[in-house]
Ligand binder design. Structure first.
Ligand code: FMN
Length: 325
């Protein structure tokens, strides 16, 4: 069993300590486990530039590697090798630090299990070039993940999108979320070692993230706050509202019905909605199907309006000239 700890914090600071304690917990329970720790802070993980080279390569029968060459490739390789991943990131302005999102944009989309399988099916039936069996099967192996959000603020409201945003890392790859922890209050705790309970939670998270690999997915009990009755899939406490009693979990993209009893709020997410959460194959496939249709919708529109678009795009390409006229 290979367990990877990824910390986006400062070297030897809070995120490192919490990640390493989780790894110690895993190692204690599974002495044979292969442990790897990476601190990303000084690594160069540039942003995705949206060039589309990865998708095009996949459609041409190749692997969908990222064409930007930096430290990302090393991190990607370690994630691919791992069976379980512990991710800890500091909250910078309510969300995980930006470098984390750079990793998500370059890693998670390209490992979308539905999108890759969609292409492999096309290879199988001869609609796209490439040998489907040559595609690295380790991409689809079962993985578990746990998220630790680290914040200085004593109030949870200053870490409001910490753990929720961390969930974006693993859902396209269908990693099973085992645990989730909002380690806020670092500003007053001083050092995680001054909070024994916190360290205990980290070790438990490490142990459970590893142990889950030996269990059937449905037997894994989620370890973490349950979001006060909000989404039963990701257990985060965010809701998108639209002025009706229908609300949506912004992480899982599923609809629920809200009801209020006195000052208690209840949200009912049907089984059917839960079955189409973003981190399920069905949920990912909805999006694959949607984006595959874009070309057929936009291609004819663009062709029919070519003269207009050429004229308007000139204003964009030569903006400095137009704006100073
Ligand atoms: C630019 C910046 C913004 C921050 N914003 C928040 C914030 O919105 N909420 C919060 O709780 N902590 C915030 N913090 C505090 C860090 O989350 C906290 O110090 C954390 O322990 C840093 O992680 P590390 O010790 O692993 O480096 C911020 C820190 C920095 C440098």
């Amino acid at each position: 069993m290979k367990i990877l700890g990824l910390s986006f914090g400062k070297k030897n600071a809070n995120s490192d300590i919490l990640t390493k304690e989780a790894l110690y917990g895993a190692k204690e329970a599974y002495p044979d486990a292969e442990i790897k720790f990476i601190n990303t802070q000084r690594l160069t993980i540039d942003r995705c530039i949206g060039c589309g080279a990865c998708s095009m390569a996949l459609e041409r029968g190749k692997d969908n590697n990222c064409v930007i060459k930096d430290d990302f490739q090393m991190v990607e390789e370690e994630i691919r090798k791992a069976d379980a991943v512990i991710v800890a990131a500091p909250v910078y302005v309510l969300q995980p630090v930006g470098q984390f999102k750079n990793l998500v944009d370059r890693f998670s989309c390209r490992h979308d299990v539905s999108a890759i399988n969609w292409v492999l099916d096309k290879r199988r039936n001869g609609e796209m070039p490439g040998d489907p069996d040559a595609f690295p099967q380790e991409r689809f192996k079962r993985r578990t993940v746990s998220y630790i959000s680290v914040g200085g603020a004593s109030t949870e409201n200053w870490t409001s999108m910490g753990t929720a945003t961390l969930h974006l890392f693993g859902f396209p790859v269908m990693m099973q979320v085992v645990a989730n922890y909002n380690a806020n209050s670092m500003g007053t705790i001083g050092n995680p070692y001054l909070d024994e309970e916190l360290i205990g939670h980290m070790q438990e998270i490490g142990k459970r993230t590893a142990a889950a690999l030996e269990m059937a997915p449905e037997d894994v009990e989620y370890y973490g706050p349950k979001g006060n009755g909000t989404c039963p899939v990701c257990h985060q406490n965010l809701l998108t509202v639209n002025g009706t009693t229908t609300v949506e979990c912004p992480i899982c993209g599923i609809e629920g019905k809200i009801s209020i009893d006195g000052d208690k709020l209840h949200v009912e997410f049907s089984e059917a909605q839960q079955a189409r959460a973003r981190g399920t194959f069905a949920g990912l496939r909805e999006h694959t199907t949607e984006i595959q249709g874009f070309g057929a919708i936009c291609g004819p529109k663009i062709m029919a309006n070519k003269a207009l678009l050429d004229r308007q795009m000139d204003r964009i390409k030569n903006f400095d000239q137009y704006i100073s006229e």
